[in-house]
Design a protein around this ligand. Sequence first.
Ligand code: HEC
Length: 232
Amino acid sequence: MKKLLSLVLLVVGIMLILQNCKHEIPIRIDNTTPVIITQSDTCSPDTVYFVNDVLPIIRSNCAQSGCHDEITHKEGVVLTNYDAIMQTGEVRAGKPSSSKLYEVLNKTGEEKMPPPPASLTAEQKNAIRLWILQGAKNNFCQNTCDTSNVTYSANIWPIMELTCKGCHSGAAPSGGVSITNYTTVKALVDNGKLDGTINHRSGYSAMPPGGSVTDCAKAQIKLWIDAGAPNN
Ligand code: HEC
């Protein structure tokens, strides 16, 4: 009898817990990063978000093939998703200066990452530092998508810089494709490759590899291309 009672209590307990979690909706930001978010997660300007701000920097500058992707995993370090970044990047929440992921950015010589002459910008380093300082959470935010007045400088270049430039710059850009300024982006508009790659259309390689830009970014890029891709 006692056993039955505790079983009933256990079931009721589990039901209550499930009920409480109901306001959390699991959404897939991209193919590899399922994240649980609460619906009220609008972006705060004071917070650095892992999925929005940090992961694209790391994917584009550290997790490319030949470096810290799942296949190459140099020095056993894999930097393609949150769990791997926390573990193999030795991230200590709240302590950027004792987190390997951050420490290596400011080293010199062989230990410096990414290997010279590549480097993260001061802004990118600071985003990683702040994210760790703020608890290194697996967080994500979503504002309503602003599709009014989309311009190259305010909307399109920031997406390219964050999600594409890391792999598509330097002496040997991935796939021989440079994404470093307006002219290079406009060339990809004219040959259809920007639309084809980010929308994963057949005949094109899906970009960024193993992921996707947000629906909002896709909408903004489409509006801008439809307007003639101006340099505004
Ligand atoms: C992690 C590194 C990485 C990131 C980030 C990345 N790319 Fe690529 N990209 C590659 C590699 C590697 C290739 C060549 C192999 C291939 O085509 O799959 C490539 C190829 C391409 C090509 C030529 C593909 C074709 O079908 O002709 C285009 C265009 C391109 N990328 C655009 C982008 C855009 C736009 C973004 C940002 C939304 C982006 N890439 C982000 C690594 C990356």
